[in-house]
Design a protein around this ligand. Sequence first.
Ligand SMILES: Cc1cc2nc3c(=O)[nH]c(=O)nc-3n(C[C@H](O)[C@H](O)[C@H](O)COP(=O)(O)O)c2cc1C
Length: 214
Amino acid sequence: MSEKTGPSNGGESGARDKRASTSTPILPVLAERWSPYVLDPRPMNREHLVTVLEAARWAASSYNEQPWRFLVAERGDAAEFSRAVDCLMEANQAWARNASALLFTVVSRTFARNGSPNRVAEHDLGLAMGNLCAQATALGIVVHQMGGVNLTKVRLAYQIPEGLDPVTAVALGYLGDAATADEELVKRDAQPRVRRPLSETVFAGKWGQTSPII
Ligand SMILES: Cc1cc2nc3c(=O)[nH]c(=O)nc-3n(C[C@H](O)[C@H](O)[C@H](O)COP(=O)(O)O)c2cc1C
């Protein structure tokens, strides 16, 4: 497949159109999602925030365990929001403090039905996050996920019980104005979006052998 789909050069959407350049067309919400650093520090639309969490709720999960949980801090609640920012690694605080809402994702490690370990708990949390990202994109909300979190701080600050573990932080918000933003963040947002090709990702027959479907 040689034809690429992606941002047009200098089209009406301008420099911040970060649509993926895909080898074949994919759903617009998947191609249009990206992880921006320059955010506009305005309040979150509460209804939209609930909607993205509802989308996450409807993800598939092993035995329908729904091992995901979310802690939410809205920008509008200054004290709570600042407590959440404080749980991020410093490099992430620098830009994520402009988010409209911050989430911490939490996973339950054991099945509620029998107490046995859930080997795929984080997989299922990832599915929920995929749903959340797609729904957010459809609503014009940008999402930037973070592994750079002080997990011990999160556990203590929110009194997360044993058996459940914080995993990531998630910044939700709106694209900021590159003209007035920190130069370093603008530079990061200008980087092209790249991915390993399918030929190095999809194998058949034996490990490392590109599948003939590609
Ligand atoms: C689980 C996870 C953790 C991430 N952690 C961080 C992080 O701590 N800081 C950061 O700036 N970006 C982080 N990112 C964003 C990735 O760098 C980004 O998704 C990746 O470069 C691909 O870019 P795109 O999302 O714009 O397609 C994380 C993304 C995911 C899914």
